[in-house]
Design a protein around this ligand. Sequence first.
Ligand code: ATP
Ligand code: MG
Ligand code: MG
Ligand code: MG
Length: 492
Amino acid sequence: RAWSSAEVRSAFLRHFQDQDHLFVPSSSVIPNKVQGTYFTNAGMNQFKPLFLGTVDPRSEMASYKRVVNSQKCIRVGGKHNDLEEVGQDLTHHTFFEMLGNWSFGDYFKEQACKMAFELLTSVYGLPAERLYFTYFGGNTALNLQPDDECREIWRSLGIPAERVLPFGMRDNFWDMGDTGPCGPCTEIHYDHAGVRDGAGLVNADHPEVVEIWNLVFMQYQRQENGTLSKLPQHHVDTGMGLERILAVLNGSRSNYDTDLFQPLFAAIQKASGARAYGGKVGQEDTTGTDTAYRVLADHARMYTVAIADGLMPSRNGLGHKLRQLIYRCVRYSHNTFKADPHLLCDLVDCVSASLGEAFPEISKRKDVIKSAVAMTVEGYLQLQKEARQAFVKMLKQCDSKHLSGEVMWQLSEGKYGCSVPVDLMLDLAEEHGVSLDLQEFEQRLQHVKEQQSHVPLIEEGVISQRCYESLQKQGVTATDDSFKYQYSSSES
Ligand code: ATP
Ligand code: MG
Ligand code: MG
Ligand code: MG
């Protein structure tokens, strides 16, 4: 029997509601000041005041003891930026739902692990022998003890020692920043292959083993000088990806083989007449069609949700991220699918059909979302038209099949009547059978960057994601700095 996303979501919520958890609706993907400066990237974001002890005692939040929800998350930019993974693998999205339960000074490790285990094995019916459990293995330099308590809890639930594994700070210790509440975490991974002694696969980006759930135990407070003191109150913060658990429950290695993505694929296929989605990844996806399917379907969910929460495509900040993402979709729908880019608006209907019940703001604002997307598409098409004219004008003057970095720079600076973004330059060069000296162009950018030392070039739209990717393919790493600047300048 196949699980639907709605069933998986509601079974999660019910399991915790039955154990006295209060359902708190998802917060917006656009954070407020307290929550950070990037997109909401985890269920805990809206509860930060409770962890930090800054909650207004008169607010409703102050009374929260046990909470459950399904949080809309976006991981584009900030500390968790999964944009590069999207389409390339089968388990990372720009937008996903994080199912979570919380204890604010209420239950701690034992109950948290037991409730999670019960949900996975009894409610969802997963075989326990396919699950791996990780715990914090300690850190001598920081004088942090291994979380033996956690290990023993999993062992007491009947998990054999070879599937309860210790990992270090990176994977099993959680913090909010350089100071503040922090603590060990325990993660649950699912092994599709059922390999014996597969311990080496956990946390190794192995396609057969997928991380499904992270349970964080906040028990320390990190001081300015780096030392840890005990928190007066212990908290639990957990997060499980809905798309991942849904795929696992249906025996699939791919989040895309679920009701959350299939209707989007069908709509893309219908609009383009392309061959059906084939599920191929990486080298195996020789034409790049399956990757394009994934990118387009993934991004459609992201822009739909972001606009539903009130963000508009724009020149700066999060709105710029959104605009770039929509531009990227136009390019995929045109380059790979030869489809009318207004397909992007049809995809809003699909997303609304699949998420509108869980998140009514999407169905309620469907028309606004569609017109915002349509406007952005029109804007891109206009830009493309002007860029093409500029490119042709340049070709006439230069009369060469190879464009130097200097010429690229002039194009991007608007010398030929329109500032041509590098993404479009790549498209146009291909169209006209012209090669580009990206390396020289990069040096040119680097030079400008040095002159204006702290101007984030990507943010300014001078150099885009796609340009960066294509530079990377050529082994050019000089853009790393400007790239990182954009994606790390405001952590959340
Ligand atoms: P991964 O190691 O796979 O990147 P993570 O450790 O970054 O995941 P957490 O921050 O622990 O993820 O988030 C909790 C859960 O949210 C994960 O266990 C996973 O199920 C889900 N999740 C995290 N990132 C994504 C994503 N980009 N797309 C879909 N689900 C995700
Ligand atoms: Mg991650
Ligand atoms: Mg991880
Ligand atoms: Mg994790």
